[in-house]
Structures are given as C-alpha cells and as structure tokens.
Design a protein around this ligand. Structure first.
Ligand SMILES: Cc1cc2nc3c(=O)[nH]c(=O)nc-3n(C[C@H](O)[C@H](O)[C@H](O)COP(=O)(O)O)c2cc1C
Length: 229
C-alpha cells in the first residue's frame, strides 16, 4: 500500500513538472519578461553603421533641396535606409544619446516610423535599429496622393504627447520637432540623389488606427522618400 502511494506521488510530480516545463501552448516555461525580450529581438533589425563621412557639401545640398512628387518603385537598400534614418534623427553624441535633430528640453518626444512594402517599423535611434510593428503594407493609408503608394519609403513623424507638458507646447513643439527632422531628411536626400516631399495631407485618424498607435501618440507629418522616376 505504502509503495503504491509513493509510486502515485512520483507519477503526479512528474506530470506536474512536465506541465510546468512544457506548457501545452507550445511556448517554453520562460517568464513574460523573457518572452517580450525575445519577441522584440526577433522583430528588430539592427541597421548597418551609418556612413557619416562624405556626402555633398552642405551649401550644395541646401542649393539642391526641393520637394519632388515623382518616385520610382526601386527599393532603398538597408545601408541607405540606415544613413537616411541616422540623418533624420540618429544619435550623433553617444555619451548623451543626443540626436541630429533638436527637441525642446531634450524630450526626444518625436518618433520616426517607416512604412515600407514589407511592413511598418519604428526607428530606435539608441540601438540604431528598426523594430517591426506591423507586417502589413500600410502605404495606401500613408497619404492621399498617388505617389505615396508607389514610393518605397514613407516616414511618419509621430509625437508622443505624454512626454510633453500641457497646453500649446504639445502642438508647437511637436510641429517644430517634425520640421527639424524633415529638413534633415530633405538635405540628406539632396545629397544622396533621392527625391522627397514632406506631407500634411494624410488621413491621420485612419493611419493612427492602422499603425495601432496609443491614444497619446499623434501623427504630425509624413515624408515620402525614394529614387527619382
Ligand atoms: C507643413 C507642410 C506640409 C506640406 N504638405 C504637403 C502635402 O501634403 N503634399 C505635398 O505634396 N506637399 C506638401 N508640402 C510641401 C510644400 O508644398 C512645398 O514645400 C512647397 O510647395 C515649396 O516647395 P519646395 O519644398 O520645393 O521648396 C508641405 C510642406 C510643409 C512645410
């Protein structure tokens, strides 16, 4: 009798251990934190180091800066995307994490999202990486002009109002932050032989929904980038 009780107890313990270590949903017995970390790692693409030497002399880039609305569907390679995003809002002082574009009180309240054919990404300046937030091609929601759907890259400038103080600051500062980044992109494009145009003509409510943004996140402007046709 005693032997039977011991055997049954061992069997029960083995079954409980198996359930703990091999849950039936196919995931390992890791905690939530580890799972989130892995998911982030899986969705995150480390960009090659940006090439921060060379390029067109600044005065020539200013002379060539312009809005263009014709784009070929040629893709932008990862190195060029890396350079573009670094120019837009990358870290240019590693010791402080400060960026190529200024922000009020160093709030860093403006995020750059990248809409491409294969999905939508959030640029992480600190890691110099992009993190996929959607597998869908959201270009059809990225603007009301036809070229938006054809161009390979649409940058979406999203302000996080929770990082800004109340009142008019939120709107004024958000517009300024997007403007600085937009001009960085204009100058990079002039130097790199890319076409670009900054855009306000976006159905922001629809795009916000499609991008699954939080209540406190507001789309300020978009900017299309691609090769000339
Ligand atoms: C805040 C802002 C919003 C704009 N919105 C649009 C837009 O929705 N669509 C567009 O084609 N151009 C847009 N533009 C680009 C302007 O039309 C363009 O800058 C202007 O015609 C001057 O041309 P340039 O940039 O070549 O100097 C916008 C520019 C700014 C600054």
């Amino acid at each position: 009798m005693k032997k039977a009780i011991i055997t049954t107890s061992i069997v029960v313990l083995v079954i409980l251990a198996a359930i703990y270590f091999f849950p039936f949903n196919g995931e390992s017995g890791e905690n939530e934190g580890t799972k989130t970390q892995n998911r982030t790692q899986t969705n995150s693409i480390k960009l090659p180091d940006p090439v921060i030497t060379g390029g067109m002399p600044l005065m020539e880039a200013l002379q060539n800066r312009k809005s263009s609305r014709t784009f070929s569907d040629k893709k932008i390679e990862l190195q060029m995307l890396s350079d573009l995003l670094w120019a837009a809002n990358g870290v240019n002082r590693k010791e402080s994490g400060k960026r190529t574009a200024p922000t009020a009180n160093d709030t860093r309240a403006l995020d750059v999202y990248v809409i491409m054919e294969d999905g939508t990404y959030l640029f992480n300046p600190d890691e110099h990486s992009i993190e996929k937030i959607s597998d869908k091609d959201l270009r059809e929601f990225a603007g009301r002009q036809d070229f938006v759907k054809k161009a390979p890259v649409n940058l979406i400038y999203v302000s996080d109002y929770s990082k800004l103080k109340s009142g008019s600051e939120k709107e004024i500062y958000s517009g300024s932050h997007a403007g600085f980044i937009g001009q960085n992109v204009y100058l990079f494009c002039a130097s790199a032989g890319l076409n670009t145009v900054i855009r306000a003509w976006v159905d922001k409510d629809v795009l916000k929904k499609e991008m699954n943004l939080k209540e406190d996140q507001y789309i300020i402007l978009a900017q299309t980038v691609g090769f000339p046709e």
